[in-house]
Design a protein around this ligand. Structure first.
Ligand code: CMC
Length: 363
């Protein structure tokens, strides 16, 4: 048995396949290259959730229902503002999310999908002394997130970049947060319980908490010429380089390419960001070189979080909220997996191997 369950197949799924050797991701029969940049988040949800709710509305109706769900969950923010402000943003979102009724129907699912998208911008604004902005049910999910964050409509290319991100991270095999969602769903506890468990697992820096620290690393390095020495010193201290390595991928994470491309398009529009992007590329090249030298037996390549950090920074999200933006996309996958588990799975109850002391036998 491997500590960490590497290579253990714990379930069958029709949702997604991560091919770690080839660096390929398939979501419901479509490749990530085909989806990211070409599909709206609403259509992605329709693809993920198909067959898991009855009746299942057509994609345009699902989009309209999601808009209404954003409007409805916004009421949770108004009722509990002040108690939230002392908490880290992600914990404040968990508190609000816990208030959503723990059921298994489509309207609960849409409320949970709307929740991080509505709660995170509201809490970010409250923390900086600004009023939260009410959702616009007519807007697209991605456009509305940016409008609720900034208080004005986003530019087309910004909405497109966020949409590419949300679609690129919407599902990814049996990662830690998705597994957590499925374990809770296997007990039939309800979708809110599943999503809370998943969000809690996502929070850790080894899973969804890495992109904030990626920016800290960029800031600490400061300029391309300092990258090699800084990274060597970090590895001398046995630190992990954030944004590199993956449990499944042995080649470059395909999502990193989709996000680098989306980030590059944005940086061409806002030329002030060009030097930030150039710094990131220099650090990436230096990190790949030194990781190959220091860890020759373990291929450590760029993962999704590295360019996520640049993209979300360019879109104006504060770094402490990056994990929540990850959740805004991944929540669609969590819901689909929780439903698949509840409908077709069994209680997940593996065994542990006891290696502690045993009572001494009476003589
Ligand atoms: N920097 C330096 N060394 C690393 C890194 C890294 N980022 N990742 C793994 N290693 C080394 C590790 O020290 C170990 O070396 P040794 O064999 O000499 O002791 C070897 O690689 C194997 O490590 P492991 O702990 O068995 O690997 P894992 O499969 O448990 O780790 C990981 C996967 C993602 C947790 C890890 O690569 C990591 O900590 N990366 C940095 C954090 C990060 O970027 N997280 C985002 C992951 S992608 C988002 C997602 O899909 O969830």
């Amino acid at each position: 048995m491997k500590n960490g369950l590497d290579d253990v197949i714990a379930t069958e799924t029709i949702l997604s396949d991560v091919d770690g050797a080839a660096g390929r991701l398939i979501i419901r029969g479509r490749s990530l290259d085909e989806l990211a940049g070409a599909t709206s988040y609403e259509d992605m949800l329709a693809l993920l959730l198909a067959g898991f709710f009855d009746p299942m509305p057509d994609p345009p109706t699902l989009g309209a229902l999601l808009g209404r769900a954003r409007r409805d969950v916004f009421g949770h923010v108004a009722s509990s503002q002040s108690a939230l402000l002392s908490l880290p943003t992600i914990d404040a979102v968990r508190v609000l999310l816990a208030g959503i009724k723990d059921r298994d129907d489509l309207s609960s699912a849409l409320a949970l999908i709307a929740a991080p998208a509505v709660f995170a911008p509201a809490i970010i604004r409250l923390k900086s002394g600004e009023e939260p902005i009410a959702p616009d049910p007519q807007a697209s999910h991605a456009a509305d997130i940016l409008r609720m964050l900034h208080g004005e409509p986003a530019r087309e290319e910004e909405t497109k970049a966020l949409e590419t991100y949300l679609v690129a991270v919407s599902d990814h095999g049996l990662n830690a947060s998705t597994f957590a969602a499925r374990i809770v769903a296997s007990t039939h506890a309800g979708l809110t319980s599943s999503i809370l468990a998943a969000l809690s697992a996502l929070k850790g820096p080894l899973h969804g908490g890495a992109p904030g620290p990626v920016l800290d690393m960029l800031d600490a390095i400061g300029e391309p010429s300092a990258a090699g020495a800084w990274l060597a010193a970090a590895l001398d201290r046995n630190d992990r380089l954030m944004g590199f390595g993956h449990r499944v991928y042995r080649v470059r994470d395909p999502r990193a390419d989709a996000l680098k491309e989306a980030g590059r398009r944005l940086s061409k529009v806002a030329t002030a960001r060009d030097s930030r992007f150039a710094l990131a590329e220099a650090i990436e090249a230096a990190a790949l070189k030194i990781l190959a030298e220091r860890k020759p037996n373990r291929p450590l390549k760029t993962n999704v979080e590295f360019y996520t950090a640049l993209l979300l920074e360019a879109l104006g999200f504060p770094r402490e909220s990056f994990t929540l933006v990850f959740a805004m996309g991944r929540v669609g996958g969590w819901i689909a997996h929780a439903r698949e588990q509840a409908l077709y799975g069994r209680l997940i109850r593996p065994q542990s191997k006891y290696v502690g002391p045993r009572p001494t036998q009476a003589a």
